[in-house]
Write a protein that binds this ligand. Structure first.
Ligand code: NAD
Length: 289
């Protein structure tokens, strides 16, 4: 297929490279990043999408997505599908999909889980909102970049799944970190703590797959000085999106609100910016003295 790819950052670059390595003709554009292997760089976003069957966007936030969509939708060929993989607010996802459909295009919101490691390995999970026919068109490309794509419903349903998932992730990471810091104070060995919890009812992805304690469990950013990985400021962004969504529909998310407050303090008032989101553990340890 002929593919346009806008946003070649930490996630977009390896995703585009995997599409090119699978034999697709990929033309990319980014305002700052260089071309990944196998991808032809265009001089503008409109040039990158011209003649493409499918256009992916992988951008920092909903406002930038809306701006880019405003540029590229008129330049896309009729019947092509615009597939946004960024994590953005549900309203932006729906607005962009509506504009694309009005212009005779298909549209999907398809945020991902799996991080930069999953993007490089081609093992992402895609959660997808939009029409069944558009999902079917893009599915072979999801299969190149990921291990699973779930069609969640109409436009916005992919973003809804993503922000609910990441709200759980933020809450369980904080709970796991504060429990390790409590265990320290109680004199419990961290390895013993992991051995018990990872096979007991307190287990979660945060404990079992991304353990925040260095030297314990599988290799994670904790073993690399808490270099991201998944940056604390990205978790703050996602928790902001889940709180915004909860407010817009009148849903109670007290734990999500508290997790948002904790990451806001960590990133904007403490030294969390640039650290992995699991660096909540040394934060609690330092606070506990
Ligand atoms: P990034 O900052 O590395 O990449 C974003 C890229 O977009 C940058 O290269 C930037 O130059 C480019 N860009 C900005 N404005 C542009 C414009 N107007 N036109 C073209 N390019 C533009 O971020 P990332 O880590 O690749 O994340 C991208 C998206 O994926 C975000 O929405 C993020 O929340 C989401 N996400 C990230 C991860 C992760 O682990 N990094 C995991 C899941 C989802």
């Amino acid at each position: 297929m002929k593919i346009g790819f806008i946003g070649l950052g930490n996630m977009g670059a390896p995703m585009a490279a995997n599409l090119a390595a699978a034999g697709h003709q990929v033309t990319g554009f980014d305002t700052a990043a260089p071309a990944p292997a196998g991808v032809t760089l265009a001089a503008s976003a409109t040039e990158a999408v011209s003649g493409a069957d499918v256009v992916f966007t992988m951008l920092p936030n909903g406002q930038i997505l809306r701006d880019v969509a405003g540029q590229i939708i008129p330049a896309m060929q009729q019947g092509a599908v615009l597939c946004d993989c960024s994590t953005v607010d549900v309203d932006s996802a729906r607005a962009v999909a509506q504009a694309a459909r009005a212009a005779g295009l298909g549209a999907l919101d398809a945020p991902v889980s799996g991080g930069t490691g999953g993007a490089q390995a081609g093992t992402l999970t895609f959660m997808v909102g939009g029409a069944e026919a558009d999902f079917a068109t893009v599915q072979p490309l999801f299969a190149v970049m990921g291990q699973k794509a779930v069609h969640c419903g109409d436009s916005g349903a992919g973003q809804a799944a993503k922000i609910c998932n990441n709200m759980i992730l933020g809450v369980t990471m904080i709970a796991t970190c504060e429990a390790f810091a409590l265990a320290d104070k109680l004199g419990l060995d961290r390895q013993k703590m992991f051995d018990v919890v990872s096979t007991s009812s307190g287990y979660s992805w945060s404990m079992n797959a991304y353990c925040p304690a260095p030297g314990v469990g599988p290799v994670s950013p904790a073993d690399n000085g808490y270099k991201p990985g998944f940056a604390a400021e990205l978790m703050l962004k996602d928790l902001g999106l889940s709180q915004q969504a909860a407010e817009s529909v009148g849903a109670q998310t007290p734990m999500g609100a508290l997790a948002h407050q904790q990451y806001d303090d960590f990133v904007t008032r403490e030294d969390g910016r640039g650290q992995d989101f699991s660096a909540m553990l040394p934060r609690f340890t330092a606070r506990n003295g």
